[in-house]
Ligand binder design. Sequence first.
Ligand SMILES: CC(C)(COP(=O)(O)OP(=O)(O)OC[C@H]1O[C@@H](n2cnc3c(N)ncnc32)[C@H](O)[C@@H]1OP(=O)(O)O)[C@@H](O)C(=O)NCCC(=O)NCCS
Length: 143
Amino acid sequence: MEIKENRNYEKLMKVFLRNGLEEPSPDDTSTLLKAWEIIEDEQVVGGSSVTNHNGAYVLEYFAIDEPFRDKGWSRQLFELAIAYLKEQSASIVYIVTKIPSYFKKVGFEKIDRKDAPDFSECFDCQQYMENCFPEVMAKPLTI
Ligand SMILES: CC(C)(COP(=O)(O)OP(=O)(O)OC[C@H]1O[C@@H](n2cnc3c(N)ncnc32)[C@H](O)[C@@H]1OP(=O)(O)O)[C@@H](O)C(=O)NCCC(=O)NCCS
């Protein structure tokens, strides 16, 4: 297994989508900062990306294909993203997620939607809080 900086985001997006994450909307105003991919046997089997939405740093995508889970790889992926955000002098990172228990383990706390910057396309989605109930979470980044 190797984790590398991603150079083909479209290919990595396929990994995110096949793991149930939402497609980016065409009017997404976020700026992709950096993405990483997990390579196993020359295949991309996971990855993550971080974005900046008008100054708000977001862990945008984070996924590993099922056969490659439970190996601790996600923690390595996560640590890379956090180290990068600290290099950017980010003081806080946000996520919208359907698996809050995972992100709680790595230091995120649930926050009220109204206390979060308007960084997620989820908030404008018709499904949001109708039949899709993600949590908004934040993690302060200390040096
Ligand atoms: C989130 C995800 C990347 C974790 O991958 P993974 O390979 O299982 O993670 P790891 O093997 O590194 O597990 C690390 C820890 O997270 C825990 N964990 C894994 N999936 C979890 C989940 N869905 N909920 C809560 N905890 C979870 C593991 O139990 C383990 O805990 P431990 O260290 O206390 O033993 C993977 O489940 C996934 O791709 N999910 C689908 C996409 C998704 O929902 N992404 C997040 C939203 S952006």
